[in-house]
Design a protein around this ligand. Structure first.
Ligand code: NA7
Length: 548
């Protein structure tokens, strides 16, 4: 059986959902394919206990519909996964999106048919779909990374990955739980798991710098003030590096109520005496360390901040040997995505939590009853992998994409992702990626980035249609020029410091090319590049007409 809309979209997360809304408005037929049973993408799959967004919800929300903005209420300043999933479901209902989505349908191959200028999407249901345009709305953190540990398949207990957490409740009471990984997901899950399980063993490879999350309930007065000012706030987002407005409610709040995770200040850490630095932390919390102006561009200042951070972990964790293991030593603040937590360090003061440093005591194997390290065997009933994702490129490479002349995406990206503006690739006409490598993507408020990309793609498709054109792809030179700019702006940042190993760089996946994937130049500068292309009728692209 074959189905033929104008545009095929793969993925029904926020990007796929907004694509339906926008493309329908333009009179185009759109069909979305989604592997899950419902909408929500990242927020559909990442249901692990403690899962929560690290961007304030009044900002991490769509701006395309003023009515939607007015009618939706957030319960907390930084929302938990169930509330974000509710929001996604509300959008699907309100805009009647589900009728354009085939759920339980995974794309198994995405192939450009040169003769007909069509993309063919084969799926695991046996149905193939054809369309002139294909949008990969497959997410940046959607392919879970499960390390290849000897004997893992022999484990007889329950196994979960934070990024594939089941919909059914998981009962951990009375169970011995192990968790591998202490990135954002692990740090969010660990306090929750410790509270639910009889015993929790944390297998840590790299300690994190984590700061307390804002845990405030949403105050109605603050939300109302946002709602009154949303047009201004959305405009401010467009001019902010990370797509987050600098709007601060003035009518309704005590100072700081809506402060983001990284309070801004203009003081240099180097300008303060050691006791003044500690005094600031004591008064304003560990998170205030992130606001020092010089710590992200001065290695000496960065190390002062790292040291202060370590000192405060030691004060927090009662057992000095455990505290020592929790100290990040081999990289600095700003290298990885900042982690936010709720009671992370206090969790290691609990009697039912054991920390295993797998750098000094590596995992040798997993057997039927638990995890064997060099020194000990840890008996477990449940093993949780919080081991992250094959970020940014994983979902695209896994989709088996083949472009012009039979070239596969794997071939094109064998040395790392090459794309123009993170939107399109030479050799893959009419295929669009949303928040792909080379765009601000994960460094930006994702909903702002998604809206900008879908708006750009929609406007592009309308332009092509209005001008009797049905093919667009970037020139090889424009994508190479862009990628070299992406590398240039990243090269002197903390993100690419020699000691830094992050998923931004692909360093968490064995044999993945080490390339800094997102665009670090800021959302406004990036957006202007995109707008210039459209205003000047796509000079960085080749436009053409072929048989329909
Ligand atoms: P992350 O940030 O990639 O964290 C994964 C964690 O798993 C990290 O601590 C890894 O240690 C650890 N890991 C991975 N493989 C292994 C093996 N083989 N043995 C031991 N430990 C391992 O993923 P998250 O899901 O936490 O967060 C991803 C993003 O989602 C986050 O940044 C937010 O944007 C939302 P490592 O550091 O590699 O030594």
């Amino acid at each position: 059986m074959s189905v033929k809309p104008d545009v095929l979209v793969i993925g029904a997360g926020f990007a796929g959902m907004y694509a339906i809304y926008r493309l329908r408005k333009l009179g185009l037929q759109v069909q979305v394919l989604e592997a899950g049973t419902d909408v929500g993408g990242t927020w559909y799959w990442n249901r692990y206990p403690g899962s929560r967004c690290d961007v304030p919800s009044l900002e991490y929300s769509f701006g395309f519909s003023p009515d939607l903005e007015q009618e939706w209420d957030w319960p907390e300043v930084f929302s938990a996964q169930p509330d974000i999933l509710n929001y996604a479901n509300h959008i699907a209902d309100r805009f009647d999106l589900r009728r354009s989505i085939c759920f339980n349908t995974r794309a198994t191959a995405v192939t450009y048919l040169e003769q007909s200028n069509q993309w063919q999407i084969d799926t695991d249901t046996g149905t193939s779909y054809h369309a002139t345009y294909c949008i990969m709305a497959t997410g940046c953190l959607s392919v879970p990374n499960k390390p290849n540990i000897d004997g893992a398949e022999r484990f007889q207990g329950e196994t979960y990955h934070t990024g594939l957490w089941p919909k059914e409740p998981v009962d951990l009471s009375g169970k011995r739980v192990g968790i591998i990984g202490t990135g954002s997901s692990g740090v969010q899950a660990i306090p929750e798991l410790a509270g639910q399980a009889q015993h929790l063993t944390v297998f840590q490879r790299t300690p994190v710098y984590t700061v307390p999350a804002n845990r405030k309930r949403m105050r109605k007065a603050v939300q109302d003030e946002f709602k009154e000012n949303y047009r201004q706030i959305r405009a401010m987002q467009q001019h902010n590096r990370g797509g987050v407005s600098t709007f601060r409610p003035i009518k309704s709040v005590k100072p700081n109520l809506n402060r983001t995770s990284q309070p801004r200040q203009t003081i240099d850490i180097k300008s303060l005496m050691p006791e003044q630095r500690q005094q600031q932390l004591d008064q304003q919390g560990l998170e205030s360390i992130l606001g020092f102006a010089d710590i992200y561009n001065d290695l000496e200042a960065n190390e002062i901040a790292n040291d202060l951070f370590r000192h405060n972990i030691k004060r927090r964790v009662k057992d000095p040997q455990v505290a020592e293991k929790l100290l990040p030593k081999n990289y600095g603040l700003g290298c990885k995505r900042q982690v936010l937590d709720r009671d992370y360090y206090d969790t290691f003061n609990r009697d039912n939590v054991l920390l295993v440093d797998v750098q000094e005591n590596p995992i040798k194997a997993i057997d039927s009853t638990g995890v064997q390290t060099t020194i000990d065997h840890h008996e477990l009933d449940v093993l949780v992998y919080a081991t992250g994702f094959d970020a940014m490129t994983g979902a695209l490479l896994n989709a088996n994409i083949t472009g012009r002349n039979g070239q596969t995406l794997q071939e094109k990206w064998q040395f790392g992702p090459v794309a123009y503006l993170g939107l399109q690739m030479n050799g893959f006409p009419n295929l669009f990626t949303v928040t792909g490598p080379g765009s601000p993507s994960v460094l930006c408020n994702m909903l702002v980035a998604i809206e900008q990309h879908i708006n750009w793609i929609s406007k592009c498709i309308v332009y092509l249609k209005e001008n009797g054109i049905n093919q667009i792809e970037p020139t090889a030179s424009s994508e190479l020029t862009w990628i070299s700019h992406v590398n240039d702006v990243a090269k002197d940042s903390m993100f690419t410091a020699p000691t830094c190993n992050s998923w931004y760089l692909g360093a968490n996946i064995p044999d993945k090319p080490r390339i800094f994937m997102p665009y670090v130049g800021g959302f406004p500068q990036y957006r202007e590049h995109c707008e210039t292309e459209q205003d000047n009728h796509y000079p960085g692209f080749t436009l053409g007409r072929s048989a329909d």
